[in-house]
Design a protein around this ligand. Sequence first.
Ligand code: MN
Ligand code: MN
Length: 316
Amino acid sequence: MTKELFQPLSGNTMPRFGGPATFMRLPACTLEDDLDVAFVGVPFDIGTSNRPGARLAPRQIRDESRMLRPYNMATRAAPFDALRVADVGDVPINTFNLLKSIDIIDSYFEALLARNTLPLTMGGDHTIVLPILRALCRRHGPVGVVHVDAHADVNDTMFGEKIAHGTPFRRAVEEGLINPHRVAQIGLRGTGYAADDFDWPRNQGFRVVPAEECWYQSLTPLMHTIRTQFGPGPVYISIDIDGIDPAYAPGTGTVEIGGLTVPQVLEIIRGCHGMHIVGGDLVEVSPPYDTSGNTALLAASLLFEMLCVLPGVPRR
Ligand code: MN
Ligand code: MN
């Protein structure tokens, strides 16, 4: 039996400003539906250390995804021609309890992965990558990570707490959720608490690519090197929108100047084509700080680009 494929609702069927606000105007499905790929929201921002608001991102990203059409004109990727893709809604976190929310997210992704559904996640702050990686590791073993961010997110604690949006990759190393020799952190920059802050990830084996090494460069050669380094094993993509310069993405909580450009982050994601991608997220969009909606529009577009590099997506 051939599976029923879903297409984004066309702008010639229903005006783009009408209809339900699902990601790319795809069908609204549930955790129980058999899907190849699920777009899922995690409206969580109780792990953030500065400006909040990422709890509002899944809704705004869905709304700003309304202009996305089904074919990628640059790469010729045609994801909806082969994969069954839908929007499964949001994870029902407990916004009054961080630790309970972490477990709720973990169980939710466990259930998605048990159905062989690949998650593409709209955050939420970056805390949410920890429970996602826990669920992924139980399924795939330790994964590689392509991590775009202004920050390494490897603090031991924040305000004494082990779980917050600046600690997930330290916890992931400690818990063996990721293979530190298959992690690339791209776009790191800004001020630190100590001059050797970025040496902790280097000492674990991470490939650390500070923003300064990206300035004025195409990142296509870097991605070629990373593909070779990472090999055929499972890889997760985690994009903190603050990796991109605030000129393009002002709607976020912990802003750093001198970041990546939009073409560079497109090169990073498109450079993941050919890797065994097992999931991805786009986190830290804070809608109240960008009333234009451009940050969420960028986030929606980057999530579509992630969809386009998944295994099994044909190129026409
Ligand atoms: Mn960040
Ligand atoms: Mn981050």
